[in-house]
Design a protein around this ligand. Structure first.
Ligand SMILES: C[S@@+](CC[C@H](N)C(=O)[O-])C[C@H]1O[C@@H](n2cnc3c(N)ncnc32)[C@H](O)[C@@H]1O
Length: 427
């Protein structure tokens, strides 16, 4: 099976976005950020993946009424790595504030957190614009980890949150954080209180809806941050995870995600040399563990290492396949943007938050003169060499730009005579 993971060169010019910005509004040196998001873009694969998504596991299509137990057994059959991932995240110790500040990726982690905030705010505001006063706002945080997004949900004034993750230790910690937020909220007149439920489970193997307190509940938003790629171990797992993302969403609701950009990963792998299996820098590395020429559609496995926080197997997400799986469950792609492009697009309205979240490092001009990690700032400064600029180190920027954001909308459906949903896509 041969697949094209190479993206249109015009779309992905890493170097183009690799520059520093001033964090102040009055910076006239920076023109308005251009909107470069690749909406609805669907890079072509050399072989149509249709046969792999139409009937996962050779079963009938549809988001309900199928043989649930058989599907789960089948998904479990291909899932050789989920316990390794669960073990890794269960064992991961949360660094204290001081250690975090000393980390080489302190700013990059804040930057990533800011990207998530922008994405959540963008789609929550659309939901709020279309909802009636008094309507509930329900969110699923799929692969929630230790609850890094809880404050974002509080700020978004949601009414109910479902948090789930494969790592029990993380779910427990997430639940404790929620209790702390709730206690604080009880003491404040203005805080946004919301109800929440928590459970540990593998979203690539289990139908989440059956674990909800109310399995008939309808969600406004599903968020899966830095985790969807784990399901691309096998087709059955990807299918299960996508169904989990889609099936409880209301028509008009959104599924949003951040994940590694397979095109960028493969571009860097190829750039590392024709026989290369590994590339990276002093903060991250990627080492392939599978045939890389040709690459498989599912199970394109690599070991990902990120300074102090990740060291476990991951899988390339073949984006056109993701889009097609989404459509199977009524999800229409709204946007696919690299982090570099989303950053440029979000900067005009997100600048203050980026500053508050310490998403960029303030770098003095002298530092750029002899530090390899900041040569891009030197280039950007041009005539304004005396100004302090906000940036990421070269290594952090290289790691951050491995990712993309994407968003899907759940479409309305009618039913055919066999009880299969017929989705009303508007593209
Ligand atoms: C990089 S962390 C991201 C956590 C959180 N979403 C965030 O943005 O802070 C990836 C998370 O995905 C979870 N995960 C990985 N595979 C999973 C699976 N099959 N089912 C559920 N959660 C999974 C991990 O346990 C981990 O908490």
């Amino acid at each position: 099976m041969s697949l094209n993971y190479e993206q249109n060169a015009a779309d992905e010019q890493f170097a183009r976005s690799h520059k520093a910005v001033s964090l102040s509004d009055d910076d006239e040196s920076e023109g308005p950020a251009e909107s470069t998001s690749a909406r609805n873009q669907e890079p072509h694969a050399s072989k149509s993946p249709r046969e792999y998504y139409d009937e996962p596991g050779g079963k009938g299509e549809g988001s309900g009424g199928d043989d649930q137990e058989e599907q789960e057994t089948e998904a479990a059959g291909g899932a050789a790595n989920t316990h390794v991932v669960a073990h890794h995240y269960n064992e991961l110790k949360e660094a204290g504030r001081k250690d975090r500040q000393k980390s080489k990726i302190f700013f990059m982690r804040n930057f990533n957190n800011w990207i998530k905030s922008q994405l959540i705010n963008e789609y929550m505001s659309q939901i709020k614009q279309n909802k009636r006063m008094g309507d509930a706002l329900r969110v699923l945080d799929m692969c929630c980890g230790k609850g890094g997004d809880l404050l974002k949900w509080e700020k978004a004034a949601i009414s109910h949150l479902i948090c789930t993750d494969i790592a029990e230790v993380s779910v427990e910690q997430c639940q404790r954080r929620y209790q702390d937020i709730l206690q604080r909220a009880e003491k404040s007149k203005f805080a946004n209180k919301f109800t929440a439920e928590f459970f540990a489970c593998d979203s690539t193997l289990v139908r989440l809806r059956e674990r909800y307190k109310d399995p008939s509940l309808q969600l406004n938003l599903v968020s899966c941050q830095f985790a969807f790629h784990y399901c691309f171990e096998s087709m059955a797992q990807a299918d299960c995870m996508m169904r989990n993302a889609a099936e409880c969403l209301k028509p008009g609701g959104f599924f949003i995600a951040t994940m590694p950009d397979a095109y960028e990963i493969i571009r860097r792998l190829r750039a590392a040399g024709s026989d290369a299996r590994r590339f990276g820098n002093d903060v991250y590395s990627i080492e392939f563990d599978c045939e890389t020429d040709p690459l498989p559609l599912f199970g394109a496995k690599y070991q990902f290492h990120l300074e102090g926080v990740v060291d476990c197997p991951e899988f390339l997400v073949h984006f056109p396949t993701l889009v097609k799986l989404g459509r199977k469950y009524g999800l229409q792609l709204l946007r696919r943007s690299t982090f570099a492009d989303y950053y440029k697009e979000s900067l005009p309205h997100g600048r203050h938050l980026l500053q508050r979240m310490s998403g960029l490092e303030s770098v003095q001009p002298q530092r750029c003169e002899n530090d390899e990690q900041y040569t891009h700032v030197r280039n950007f400064q041009g005539s304004q060499r005396s100004r302090t600029l906000g940036t990421l180190s070269k290594s952090e920027w290289e790691a951050a730009t491995l990712y993309l954001v994407c968003a899907f909308k759940k479409c309305k459906n009618t039913w055919d005579t066999n009880g299969k949903p017929l989705f009303e896509f508007d593209d």
